[in-house]
Design a protein around this ligand. Structure first.
Ligand code: FES
Length: 126
């Protein structure tokens, strides 16, 4: 289960729309893949070595490239991160904040895994 989901109360989890993204086996180990929800591209990451999942917008805010699903993943001081393949801007997969001390930030989404499938949580604004 994602660390983001663990931080949500059950009431908060119940208020989300849980989109069934794909089977776990459809995602690369320790990598990302892009899914679409209502035309919105979302990057979903499998941190297989830590048994954690994360999701964020696929659009990199730097030069507006749909690229984050192909970014490099890792961690910085226990903060899970994705680094855009174009100009190496890094973002926290918890908060969405830039890890380069820049104004860019990304939207992150809670993820849960149930019965072999990955679900991404969206609020009603999506
Ligand atoms: S487009 Fe992502 S860092 Fe420039």
């Amino acid at each position: 289960m994602s660390a983001l989901v663990e931080k949500l109360s059950s009431k908060q989890q119940d208020s989300l729309i849980w989109f069934k993204a794909a089977a776990i086996s459809d995602f690369p180990d320790d990598g990302g893949a892009c899914i679409k929800y209502k035309g919105y591209q979302v990057a979903v990451f499998n941190f297989d070595n830590k048994q954690r999942w994360y999701a964020c917008q696929n659009l990199c805010p730097h030069k507006k490239e749909m690229a984050l699903a192909r970014g490099l993943t890792g961690s910085c001081k226990d903060e899970p991160k994705v680094t855009c393949p174009f100009h190496k801007k890094s973002f926290s997969l918890h908060s969405g904040e830039s890890l380069n001390e820049e104004a860019y930030c990304i939207k992150t989404f809670p993820v849960k895994v149930e019965e072999g499938h990955v679900y991404v949580g969206f609020d009603s604004s999506y």
